[in-house]
Unconditional design. Structure first.
Ligand code: DP6
Length: 326
C-alpha cells in the first residue's frame, strides 16, 4: 500500500484525431498546433514512485528491466522537474509496467509520462489541479499531456508553458467510438517522435499544415460533440494525411508507411464507399488505427482480420484519464 513518500498511478495511451507534429519550442515541448485525442481502454501503464532519502541515485525499472541510457535520463529529468516544484530532495525508486502486447510499436510515452507525473507528484506531496498535471506531463512527452484528463481531450497550444495543457472535451462515456488498431509490424520505429518533431520545420508543407489546423480542430470538435461519424472521418483522414505529407517531405524524409499500411487505407475508403462508416488514422509508424462506432465494430474487425498482412487487431474504447491507484 502507498504511504508517505510513495504513490502509484495508472494511465492510458491516446490516439490523436487531430495530430500535432513539430514543436514551437522543443525544450518546453510546446506543440506547433492544438490537437484532439481520446484515451484508449485496454492499454495501460501503471507506475509506482517512492522517494527514499537513503537512495544514492534514482533507480528506474521499466517492464521489469533496469532502465539505462537516454530512456533512464528522460525519466530522471522528469523527476527533477517534480523535485524542483515540491522541494522533495530525495532520489526515487520508480517501477513502471505497460500491459500492451510486446513489440507492437504503439506509442507508450504518453501513458508512461502521464502515470509517472501523477505518481511522482502524489509521492512528493504535491496536490495539483488537472491542468497543471497535464502541463508537467507535457514536459516529459507532448502527447502525455492528453493522457491526464478523461475521455475526449484537447491539447491547447500557446507561446508559454502555462498555455499548453489538455482538457476534456467530453467524457469517455459521451460516444462509444472504437479504435480498431490493425498491427502490420512489430519493428521499433527507426526515427522516434522527438527527432521527428525537430524535422517538421524542414518540410515546406509544415506552415500550410499548421495554418489550417484551427479549422480542422474546430471541425473535429464539432463532429465529436454531435457524434457525426462521416464528418469525423473526413477531417481525421485529411489531418492524418497532412501530417504524413510533412513527414515524407522533411529533410531527411520520414516514410513510416509499409505497403500493408497503404493497402489498409484503400480498403477503409472502399468499405466507407460501400456504406460502412469507418475512418483511418496513423501515428508515427506503419500500424493503422481504424475508427468506427461500436455498432460497426464486429464488421470492421472481421474485415481487418481478413487482410493477410494484418497480424493482430486490438480493440480500444474511450478511457478515463490518469488516476492514482489506492
Ligand atoms: C505522431 O508525444 O510522441 O503521435 O514529446 O517527443 O514524446 P515526444 O512526442 P510524442 O508526439 C506525438 C506525435 C504523434 C501525433 C500526435 O499524437 O498528436
Amino acid at each position: 500500500m502507498d504511504s508517505g513518500l510513495s504513490a502509484t498511478a495508472r494511465a492510458h495511451p491516446n490516439i490523436a484525431l487531430i495530430k500535432y507534429w513539430g514543436n514551437r519550442d522543443d525544450a518546453l515541448r510546446l506543440p506547433a498546433n492544438a490537437s484532439i485525442a481520446f484515451n484508449l481502454s485496454g492499454l495501460e501503464t501503471t507506475t509506482s514512485v517512492a522517494f527514499d532519502p537513503r537512495l544514492p541515485a534514482d533507480s528506474i525499472e521499466i517492464d521489469g528491466v533496469a532502465a539505462q541510457g537516454p530512456a533512464a535520463e528522460r525519466v530522471r529529468r522528469h523527476l527533477d522537474r517534480i523535485r524542483a516544484l515540491s522541494g522533495q530532495g530525495a532520489r526515487a525508486r520508480v517501477a513502471s509496467r505497460s500491459d500492451f502486447p510486446a513489440g507492437t510499436g504503439l506509442a507508450s510515452s504518453a501513458s508512461a509520462f502521464a502515470a509517472l507525473t501523477v505518481a511522482a507528484c502524489a509521492a512528493s506531496g504535491l496536490s495539483l489541479p488537472e491542468e497543471h498535471l497535464s502541463r508537467i506531463a507535457r514536459l516529459g512527452s507532448g502527447s502525455a499531456a492528453r493522457s491526464i484528463p478523461d475521455g475526449y481531450v484537447a491539447l491547447e497550444t500557446g507561446a508559454r508553458d502555462e498555455q499548453a495543457f489538455a482538457h476534456s472535451l467530453a467524457p469517455s462515456t459521451h460516444w462509444d467510438l472504437v479504435d480498431c488498431i490493425a498491427l502490420v509490424s512489430r519493428e521499433p520505429k527507426s526515427v522516434g517522435s522527438s527527432e521527428g518533431h525537430r524535422l517538421a520545420a524542414t518540410s515546406p508543407l509544415q506552415p500550410a499544415r499548421v495554418k489550417d489546423a484551427p479549422r480542422r480542430f474546430e471541425e473535429c470538435r464539432r463532429a465529436i460533440l454531435e457524434k457525426d461519424m462521416l464528418g469525423l472521418a473526413e477531417v481525421v483522414e485529411q489531418d492524418c494525411l497532412l501530417m504524413h505529407s510533412v513527414m515524407m517531405t522533411s529533410h531527411p524524409p520520414l516514410l513510416y508507411w509499409l505497403p500493408a499500411t497503404l493497402n489498409i487505407l484503400h480498403q477503409v475508403r472502399h468499405w466507407r464507399a460501400q456504406g460502412l462508416a469507418v475512418a483511418f488514422t496513423i501515428d508515427a509508424g506503419p500500424n493503422v488505427h481504424c475508427l468506427c462506432e461500436a455498432a460497426s465494430l464486429e464488421q470492421v474487425v472481421s474485415r481487418l482480420a481478413d487482410i493477410p498482412e494484418v497480424n493482430q487487431v486490438l480493440v480500444c474504447h474511450p478511457a478515463p484519464g490518469a488516476t492514482r491507484v489506492p
